[in-house]
Design a protein around this ligand. Structure first.
Ligand SMILES: CN[C@](CCCC[B-](O)(O)O)(CCN1CCCCC1)C(=O)O
Ligand SMILES: [Mn+2]
Ligand SMILES: [Mn+2]
Ligand SMILES: [Mn+2]
Length: 305
């Protein structure tokens, strides 16, 4: 497997400082060497440099739109290049607004892609349904074809062309969904596995049904967008929006092992690791180590050795 890593030290999609430190913390935990040890070719493209945006007044309830739009345009270009170079792309965040650029750049590189979104949250608010204005709770609304006419004009967002069909999305781990988001998920008939379904079916059945759903017709490349807050806060506490009742470490890793064996993984995001949200060094390390292990699971690490 050939892996291209891009760091996106960006926090503008949400208000809590520290998430921009994620990329270098995950690298410092040894991600590159661990991937090489398990037989991957790895090219590290380094970190994007995001110039600061002076005045960035909200547009409606979308906060820091100019910074978010610009950062994602840079990321989209980088991901497109990494895909063009023939790698599976690993985007290290940074907050989840970065999925806009990551998915856009991935889809620009060729065929339509399917999206597996692993998260406590749906991140599908539009600028009109969001109650916080934080764009890390909205990324999916900008890239889904069926929501295009629901998105107002936002500065530095005009480059974004919707590129994902609702039928090609599966959510896993949902447990904190806003009313507006719930309506959108139902209205678009998007496939979701909340933590209730996870408890009812078990992770193996959830992954079977996830693959059945995205492979219904043609087998599209998979974009796995993994928010570390999908994991239970006992495993990954150092994150901006923790929610109790999350995935165990084992369930979290199982998801990546299952996606890996489809041989269709084409891009993966690991986002929302925020060291400043850990109360102890152990909490930070537990979160960072989980992020590393999730990436290793995507690229062939299996627990039987
Ligand atoms: C559920 N939606 C939230 C959280 C988004 C989390 C983004 B992610 O990247 O971590 O997944 C929260 C909205 N609630 C905040 C508290 C009061 C009720 C609404 C939002 O801000 O839109
Ligand atoms: Mn989340
Ligand atoms: Mn998220
Ligand atoms: Mn978050």
């Amino acid at each position: 497997r050939s892996v291209g890593i891009i760091g996106a030290p960006f926090s503008g999609g949400q208000p809590k400082d520290g998430v921009q430190l994620g990329p270098d913390l995950i690298r410092a935990a040894g991600l590159v060497n661990r991937l090489k040890e398990q037989g991957c070719d790895v090219k590290d493209y380094g970190n994007l440099a995001f110039e600061s945006v002076s005045s960035d007044e909200p547009v409606g309830l979308a906060k820091r739109p100019r910074a978010v739009g610009r950062a994602n345009q840079q990321l989209a270009d980088a991901v497109r290049r990494i895909k063009h170079d023939g790698h599976t792309c690993v985007m290290l965040g940074g907050d989840h607004s970065l999925a806009i650029g990551s998915i856009h750049g991935h889809a620009a590189s060729g065929s339509e892609v399917s999206v597996v979104w692993v998260d406590a949250h749906a991140d599908i608010n539009t600028p009109l349904t969001t109650t916080t204005g934080n764009i890390h709770g909205q990324p999916m609304s900008y890239v889904i074809h069926e929501l295009h006419n629901k998105i107002p004009v936002i500065p530095n967002f005009s480059w974004i062309k919707p590129c994902i069909a609702a039928k090609d999305i599966v959510y896993i781990g949902l447990r904190d969904v806003d009313p507006g988001e719930h309506y959108i998920l139902k209205y678009l008939g998007i496939k979701t596995f909340s933590m209730s379904e996870l408890d009812r079916l078990g992770i193996a059945k959830v992954m079977e049904q996830t693959c059945d759903h995205i492979f219904t017709k043609v087998k599209k490349p998979i974009h796995l967008s993994y928010d570390i807050d999908a994991l239970d806060p006992s495993v990954a506490p150092a994150t901006g929006t923790p929610v109790v009742g999350g995935l165990t470490y084992r369930e979290g890793v199982y998801i990546t092992e299952h996606i890996c064996q489809t041989d269709l993984l084409s891009a993966v995001d690991i986002v929302e690791v925020n060291p400043k949200r850990g109360r102890t060094e152990d909490e930070v390390q537990s979160t960072v180590n989980a992020a590393v292990d999730l990436v290793l699971g995507c690229f062939g690490r299996v627990r039987e050795g």
